[in-house]
Design a protein around this ligand. Sequence first.
Ligand code: AKB
Length: 316
Amino acid sequence: MENILVIGAAGQIGSELVIALRKKYGSENVFATDIKQPPADVLEGGPFQILDVMDNNRLIHFVIRHKITQIYHLAAVLSGNAEKIPLQAWDINMQSLMNILDLAKEVTDVKRIFWPSSIAIFGPSTPRQDTPQYTITEPNTVYGISKLAGERWVEYYHQRYGLDIRSIRYPGLISYKTEAGGGTTDYAVEIFYDAIREGKYESFLSEDTSLPMMFMDDAIQATIDLMDAELEDLSIHSSYNVAGMSFNPKQLAEEIKEHIPEFEITYKPDFRQAIADSWPACIDDSVAKKDWGLNYKYDIKCLTKTMLDGIKEKLS
Ligand code: AKB
């Protein structure tokens, strides 16, 4: 039997992952935690506790008391926000990961960990098209530096202590349940809300800025598939490239216009443009496909319809 701890359960990924894990493992066996209150279905659908991953003592007690066997550590300061508070973001992103890794080394019940990395580990010197699994990684953002350092530590703990830690380099994640907070790819969520509420959107990225993106259902499925894979099938112990789909703000706006013909988009790039320009436009995810069967259900058309329908229902 698995006892699962999700850290960051009120966030964009956590609030949907908790629901999927509870379906798979049983509501009582998935412990949702965060420093803030999660959506009602997470709060009411199983155990939830306020827990700060930076509070190492409480974290260790929690893991021992609940005989935790798997940890999903999703708490992080994202790229845009991290540029506003660089040292604090570095501290939160790194110290929280080190707390988990060191705990898992000592508490033998913990058998498997998931920790998300990001396309942010790549930088301006990385090839932008079909970015390979192994390539130049010279990120120039605090978030990217923290994720790259995290990947190195994750692999180190695997090699040195035999820990089973699994990771995906998530592209921009798009969902309507919980709004994203402080990322560079957030435009691709905001645009849907503004299209429905205002009929227009001012994009903080230029019209031709292509980035890899993924609908949340595909991201949750990929996470679960990677965590279910046999350890011996995994050739990567840092983090797997995952591509999703690639599009730019102009292409997304055109898709939205298919549903809302009067929708208008304008462009006013801000500091996040430089971050986006340093990231890949599209990713080569062949290693993940080969090792654990990564696949996707959503393309830009399906994503657009699902987002518009989902937000309309949520707002009504
Ligand atoms: C961000 O934009 O910071 C995140 C990411 C790509 O990791 N969505």
